[in-house]
Write a protein of this length. Sequence first.
Length: 628
Amino acid sequence: MHIVDVAIIILYIILTLGVGVWVSKKASAGLDSYFLGGKTIKWYYLGLSNGSGMFDVSGTAWMVGILFLYGVKSFMFMWMWPIWNQVFVMMFLAVWIRRSKVMTGSEWILTRFGDDKAGRASHLIVAIFAVVASIGFIAYFFEGAGKFMTVILPWDVSLTIAQTTLLNSEQTYALLIIFFTTIYTIKGGMFSVVTTEVLQYLIMVLAGVLVAGYTFYAFTDVEVNQLIPEEWKNVFFGNQLTGFWSGDYQEFNRLIDTQGYKMFGAFIGMTLFKGFFSSVAGPTPGYDMQRILSTRNVKDAAYMSGFTNLVLFIPRYLLIGGIVLIGLAFIAPQMAEAGAVTGNDLEVILPKVINNRVPVGIKGLLLAGLLAAFMSTFSAFVNAGPAYIVNDIYKKYFKPVASDRHYVKASHIASFGVVTLGVIMGFFADSINSITLWITSALYGGYVAANFLKWVWWRFNGWGYFWGMLAGLIIATLQFFLDQNKANLEAGTLMHELSEIPAIYLFPIILVFSVLGSLLGTFLTKPTDMATLKSFYTNVHPWGWWKPVRDYYSEEQIEKNNDFWLDMFNCIIGIIWQSSMILLPIFLVVRDYNKTWVTLAVFLLSSLILKFTWLDKVKHLETSADDS
């Protein structure tokens, strides 16, 4: 690495640590201040922070790989998460969640099911899920950061004692980055996280613009059009994906045939099916929900969620599109010539491009930007997971009365524990992709049914929630262990056949068990107390099957929420709006100007529609002192 690039990275690390520690004194006032910033942070800062937290290195490396191989159709692969849950949150869920005035998603559950045994069971299972998810994501970042840094940096930093390698370079680099990030995250809580993430977001935007700009300097339009097949730029698809690579690049067709997405129509159908239920279920109890609960009022919660969509996708895909174009020009020939290309090869395209093909100065800024992406996402989860340990487990069940200073110190210890467990799990992960599939298709699959029903069905109770979540998580975890041990299973057995099925196609099985647990738990136990249901319904005011609650309090004339069809219409337009922000920078970078103009028109038209159907509605939301 050139001394200029090294200096930029060192300057970035010093600046981030300095800013994070400088603002950390604000976090000592108590748990509300530590985990939610005292609900005083402006919505646009929280939106930038939320967008920065979603701009992670491991996810970016994965997206570079699938865009490289599949072309623009690959944006639909992100529906596995599903990325358009952000659209559902923006349109109505942020308002529903923020009306609860609580600190965590687990505490929020008590407002739905009450504080009896059933409510506490549901409360505890959400807290456990949040902690497990945070640990899983930290493992995901550990794996991605180590793989990224070893390709970029030339130094061997492995730790060897008596000819025994205790830590390889990937693990050492990952531990160093985690150490630096943990310092300010644990010390400063939400204030440090948001402040540093806004700084990191600005660096990431600069990196994306510079990389995309560099491709316009390095390649002519003619060279780009000769390099990229026409089908690569085609967003439409049939039932099956067919290889479109030719000449020296035909090796990539074999990879398309073997990665599990060849039945593309069925795959997209499954992602749509999963995506709807996952999105209506609401954000998982993690950093996204913490940002919603940190806003000053319900109106700010809606604004923040919409702003997150607006600021995230265009700069991120300028960077991804630029890296992919450089990779297709310089890295693809080497990969095709070597033969036997694997999915893991796609994961290292990003660091290889940066290491070999990005000029001095831009390389340093890009590395700082990607380091910022890692640190911001990591810090967001380190801030979110311990909130559930301290507020929802330790404070509620073990130490209900203590000083603010005691709880803040407990938060420091919980944060350190979550990081340690995540790192340990990261040591045993074999690739980014395996953890990605576990989180998106398995772990989150167990979350969906119970959290969908809690919004829309009055009879659904705390025990139904508990057993629905538990059943889903057990099946999801079994699926993960099957996938990790399929090499040890005997060919032809049922277990081996199940292990060979791509995780996304097992979602219906996980969903069925979760629904069964939810229904049995609900109907075999008594309903939630009507007073609790009335308080929840009048406060949150969701749509769904709540007629018995309204009838029970008929003399009070509780108003029905009739916005279901408007919310669904807005979600459809919002998905188109979000997709246009992904496709616009890709088409621009690959010089398909006709599709760029069409995509820009779609973006402007969908923005105009949402102005009238969503933004004007948000402007008229009631806010009061009670919201804060």
